[in-house]
Design a protein. Structure first.
Length: 152
């Protein structure tokens, strides 16, 4: 049981680090430059469409990722057996991070393709929201209502 908890917590921490590394890599690539940076900066229609898409992705994905996990935790995970609860917790934690990755990656892409600060703002909002999803063994124990065994 303890080994499963630690393994899942470790995998979720690795996923969280990868989640933060992807935008960092995109930013480095964007700052190095290339033909794609600012490619659509002069296209007003494309910029409007991309900004609107970035805003909508952020407005939908951030609340859904935070609220959906709480809903699934209360409705499905709390009533499952231990191994099933751990599996569901792992799956839904990954879904939550994937939902937050969408506006981050879209926002950074919009920022560099359109040279629009709206994309950067949307990416920052999703990155800040990800801090509410910080994985850890203690948090998993609390959310799954697992008490650590008393050591004598």
């Amino acid at each position: 049981m303890e080994e499963q908890l630690k393994r899942i917590a470790f995998h979720l921490k690795v996923l969280f680090v990868v989640f933060w590394l992807l935008p960092a890599i995109l930013i480095v690539i964007g700052e190095i430059g290339g033909d794609w940076v600012g490619q659509y900066a002069d296209n007003v229609r494309a910029t409007y469409f991309a900004e609107t898409l970035s805003i909508l992705l952020t407005a939908i994905c951030v609340p859904v990722s935070l609220k959906l996990f709480a809903w699934v935790l209360a409705r499905k995970i709390d009533y499952a057996g231990f191994s099933q609860a751990l599996r569901l917790y792992s799956i839904w934690s990954k879904v939550r991070i994937a939902l937050l990755a969408l506006p981050v990656l879209a926002g950074i892409t919009v920022y560099y393709l359109m040279m629009s600060s709206t994309g950067a703002l949307c990416a920052c909002i999703a990155l800040v929201a990800s801090l509410f999803c910080l994985p850890g063994e203690e948090r998993m124990r609390k959310e799954l209502q697992i008490n650590k065994k008393e050591e004598v």
